[in-house]
Design a protein around this ligand. Structure first.
Ligand SMILES: Nc1ncnc2c1ncn2[C@@H]1O[C@H](COP(=O)(O)OP(=O)(O)O)[C@@H](O)[C@H]1O
Ligand SMILES: [Mg+2]
Length: 240
């Protein structure tokens, strides 16, 4: 049994609780959805359960593929036990196809394939809108060491190499995704946070239909259905 202790952090999509051991936290996934740095807010029914289940299904497989993660166990429909880390305030985006802020910033039409994966780093700051940075910035401001950033890039590309064929085998094109990494007490860098329709762009491979948070951001409707469909596909065996 894991006893949920004091609330440590509350973010936009999850709550993090202390446990009876300093090395572990409980993460609770909420139905709350925000976009445009908290300007747009709503509830997406069942989102917490979907994102918890998807993350709990993928992280052990990433671990098996050689990517150390914070995931320990799913505790309930909306809770999981994780390794406590100090989050490195650098969001890592991996892109396969132009979309979102990349398209906007560079004037590249959404849906344009990229000749190789693009790894971007952003400063994790809601107040500033998660601005794009480079590795020099992260080192100069003491957010991460050069060695940590090399490791983060290596791990992000390993996640990419696992996820792209995983989703392709389930009829989903992985357009881009955002990762967060943290340090354990002994300084090891591990993958933290979540991988879900909140943090990835998923397009149906046949129709191009969006199956992710862009349905909420862009008022496309069918938000709950898209999240449920992604849960179904993630849990499905390859080739179905
Ligand atoms: N293993 C972990 N240890 C400590 N903090 C974590 C861990 N995994 C995720 N977090 C942090 O939990 C917070 C809550 O998550 P979330 O609601 O997604 O936040 P945000 O609003 O920043 O996106 C975030 O700051 C996230 O970085
Ligand atoms: Mg988050």
């Amino acid at each position: 049994m894991t006893t949920r202790g004091a609330l440590k952090y509350e973010g936009k999509a999850k709550r993090v609780y202390a446990t009876d051991t300093a090395e572990e936290y409980v993460v609770e996934y909420k139905d709350d959805a925000t976009a445009f740095n908290g300007v747009k807010k709503a509830q997406i029914g069942g989102k917490g359960a979907v994102n918890n289940a998807i993350t709990a299904h993928l992280f052990p497989q990433l671990e098996a593929a050689g990517i150390p993660t914070h995931f320990l166990a799913q505790l309930s429909e909306t809770e999981q036990r994780v390794r406590a880390v100090t989050i490195i305030p650098v969001e890592v985006i991996v892109r396969n196809v132009a979309a979102g802020s990349f398209s906007k910033r560079l004037g590249i039409e959404e849906g344009t394939a990229l000749a190789r994966p693009v790894v971007e780093f952003c400063y994790k700051s809601d107040a500033l809108g998660d601005p794009l940075i480079n590795t020099d910035t992260a080192v100069a401001l003491g957010w991460a060491t050069p060695g940590e950033l090399d490791r983060i890039r290596e791990l992000a590309l390993k996640v990419q190499a696992f996820l792209v064929p995983y989703f392709a085998a389930r009829g989903v094109k992985l357009i881009d995704f955002k990762l967060e990494f943290g340090r354990t007490a002994d300084g090891t860098v591990i993958l933290a946070d979540e991988i879900s329709p909140d943090t990835c762009r998923f397009w149906d491979a046949q129709t191009g239909e969006k199956l992710d948070k862009d349905r909420f951001r862009r008022d496309l409707g069918g938000v709950e259905d898209a999240y449920n469909e992604m849960l179904r596909r993630v849990m499905a065996p390859a080739g179905t």
